[in-house]
Design a protein around this ligand. Structure first.
Ligand SMILES: [Zn+2]
Length: 110
């Protein structure tokens, strides 16, 4: 169930919950690598769980991706997109390649 969050709170929640990049504005676009949808901070689906805790989700119905599956146009460093401890802990390159090909899908040069 999504909750209605006032716009000023929304930015605070985005900043708190989206630890993969700095969220400066609700107008920042991001692209979901699962459903290819482009959306901005106002459209992010915020779900509340527990007290003062929120989860961010892709606004596409049926798509439950979270911030680690979103890429930001203009973000060139793959390490900024993929959670650093993902690939560092795994010690392999697959996730980085996956992120790179996701970027290529969006027409970015990698
Ligand atoms: Zn999605």
């Amino acid at each position: 169930m999504s909750v209605h969050v006032r716009l000023d709170n929304r930015l605070l929640i985005l900043r708190a919950e989206d630890q993969f990049r700095r969220c400066n504005s609700l107008d920042d676009d991001r692209i979901c690598i699962l459903c290819q949808r482009k959306f901005n901070g106002r459209q992010v689906e915020i779900r509340r769980f527990g007290r003062g805790k929120h989860e961010l989700h892709c606004p596409t119905e049926g798509c439950s991706s979270g911030p680690h599956q979103w890429v930001y146009p203009g973000t060139l460093l793959v390490s900024d997109i993929v959670a650093p401890d993902w690939w560092r802990a795994a010690g392999k390159q697959q996730e980085r390649r996956a992120a790179a090909s996701a970027l290529r899908l969006q027409g970015h040069r990698v």
